[in-house]
Structures are given as C-alpha cells and as structure tokens.
Design a binder for this molecule. Structure first.
Ligand code: NAP
Length: 276
C-alpha cells in the first residue's frame, strides 16, 4: 500500500482504529476521521506506534453534522492530493432517539447519510486517483431489517437495535446502487460484515452501558475484511458485493431491490442537498 492514501471514518476506536493500524502497517498513508480531537490525537499516537508508520494524519469532524461533513471533504481536498481508499466505518447506536442539528434522527444521519454524503463529496478525488476503492462497513443484522419509508426518522417508534439494522441495510442498498452508478469507472465499492466484536457500539447494541473490553486480537480480527477490501489485489475488480470473512456472501433478498435502492438514493440526495 506504499503511495496509497486511505481515509477511515471512526478511525479513533474499535474496528476503524484496527483497520487504520493494518493499512498503515502495509505502508499506506492513513488519515483517520474522529469527532473528538482529544480522542483523535490519542488514537493517532497509538496507530503510529502500533504500525511503525508516522504517515498517519487526523481530520476532526462530527459526522452527524452535514456542515461538518462538507468541511471535512473540503479540508481533505485542501490538504491531500489523492484518495485511493475511503472506508466508511463510523457507527453509533444511541439508546434513546436523538435528533441531529440538521433535524434528522441520529442513527439514520451517522450510519447512513454520512456514508452517502461523504462518499459523494469525495467521488471526484476518488475518480481522479483511480483505481480507487470505497469500503462500507455494514453488519449481518441488515438481514433482520426492512425499510419503512413512511417513518425513516423513526418518529412513531424508536427501537435502537431495529433502527440500527435498518441503517445497516441502507449501507448495503447504497453500496449496490453506487456500484451500478460507477459501472465502467475504475472506482469499486463493496460492503461487509466485520464479525461480532465487543466494542462500545456492540455494548450499545446489547443495551449495556459497558461490555468487556475486547482484546486487541479480537478487534484486529474484526478489521480483517475491511483491510482485505481496501488492499487486496484479489478484489481489485470486484464491485457491488457483500463480504463476510473476506468471502463474498449473498446479502438479504431485499437488499437487491433496485427500486428500493433508487428510492433511498433519491431521498438521501434530497436530505443532503445533493443532485439526485
Ligand atoms: N462491533 C461489532 O460487533 C460490529 C458488528 C457489525 C458491524 N459493526 C460496524 O462496525 C463499524 C465500527 O463499529 P465498532 O464496533 O468499531 O464501534 P466503536 O468502537 O463504537 O467505534 C465507532 C466509531 O465511530 C465513531 N463515531 C460515532 N459517531 C460519530 C460521529 N457522529 N462522528 C464521527 N465519528 C463518530 C466513534 O467515535 P467516538 O469514539 O467519538 O465515539 C468511533 O470512532 C460500525 O459501522 C458498525 O456498525 C460492528
């Protein structure tokens, strides 16, 4: 990965941080996105130490804010000249319904709309750097969800795990729709389930305030499919696929519904102020 630039959201903790270490170890120039500069700086030092690579940088942005996502994309393009790999990884499961500064339900905003908006804002630089790759971290729990377009903001009912599963289905629908739109370019996009790892997010999913601290090797294991999709020559030409344990796997039947994917794309474009 020498000479490659990789941007990883949620790179200050959990699977994203382990992905950053893995790619930095391979020689990539890694840039992590964190919402807290303090947590970001601490992670930066850890990632540099663990990888032996000083070429790791930090950009600070709260991905629940579309204004900050736009600023992040602008900062990235001002500071860095190329982008070979974008890993959309940051995720969240608030136990109570929260609303972002843009008036959107928090999980929908961070887990889906941030992937959608950041990717679209960085598509030009990805295409200019091609061959390039987009990696979307989803989850196997996407298979338990169906989308309710009449209540995407979950105003009628908020069940944290159910809302989470819906956003993870959106990650898969977004991946497949984007792959169709990028057909014929040298930019690939794939999604994955990382495995079950005892991170902060997992504790929230289980409705616990705390869980055991996952060991480094457990978290590292959870990063392997992201690292593989970001770096392996085996998947250089693979796009529009869902991976588990570095293997393609069929995602849930509804995730292949092109009409649903287009509808989600159109709604997402409208909510983020992008052209459809
Ligand atoms: N753990 C599992 O078992 C599991 C299973 C399937 C899929 N996944 C997926 O794996 C990905 C990573 O999750 P994880 O388990 O590694 O969780 P984690 O340890 O809780 O890490 C989540 C990361 O996202 C960041 N983040 C959350 N909200 C943000 C915001 N508004 N702006 C910027 N960054 C934000 C967090 O930053 P802070 O440190 O500031 O909170 C943290 O860096 C997620 O997409 C998740 O859905 C995880």
């Amino acid at each position: 990965m020498n000479g490659k630039t990789c941007l990883i959201t949620g790179g200050n903790a959990g699977i994203g941080k382990a992905t950053a270490v893995g790619l930095a170890k391979m020689g990539a120039h890694v840039i992590i996105v964190a919402r807290s500069s303090v947590r970001g700086e601490l992670a930066l030092a850890d990632i540099r130490r663990a990888s032996g690579n000083d070429g790791v940088d930090l950009l600070v942005a709260d991905l629940s804010s579309q204004k900050q996502i736009r600023q992040l994309a602008a900062d990235f393009q001002q500071r860095f000249s190329r982008l070979d790999v974008l890993v959309n990884n940051a995720g969240i499961i608030p136990q109570r319904r929260q609303v972002t500064e843009d008036g959107l339900e928090m999980q929908f905003a961070v887990n889906h709309l941030a992937y959608f908006l950041l990717t679209n804002l960085l598509l030009d630089v990805l295409q200019a750097s091609a061959p390039a790759r987009i990696v979307n971290v989803s989850s196997m729990v996407h298979g338990w969800a169906s989308l309710d377009f009449t209540d995407l903001q979950h105003e009628r009912r908020y069940d944290p795990s159910n809302v989470y599963a819906q956003t993870k289905l959106m990650n898969v629908l977004f991946t497949y729709e984007l792959a169709r739109r990028l057909a014929g370019t040298a930019v690939t996009v794939n999604c994955l389930h990382p495995g079950v790892v005892g991170t902060k997010l997992y504790a929230n999913y289980m409705g616990r305030s705390q869980t055991h601290d996952a060991s480094n090797s457990e978290i590292n294991q959870g990063a392997q499919t992201s690292i593989y999709l970001a770096s392996s020559p085996d998947v250089a030409d693979v796009t529009g696929a869902y991976f588990v344990n570095k293997q393609t796997k069929r995602s849930t039947a509804v995730s292949y519904d092109k009409g649903m994917a287009r509808k989600l794309w159109d709604i997402s474009a409208k909510l983020t102020g992008l052209p459809a």
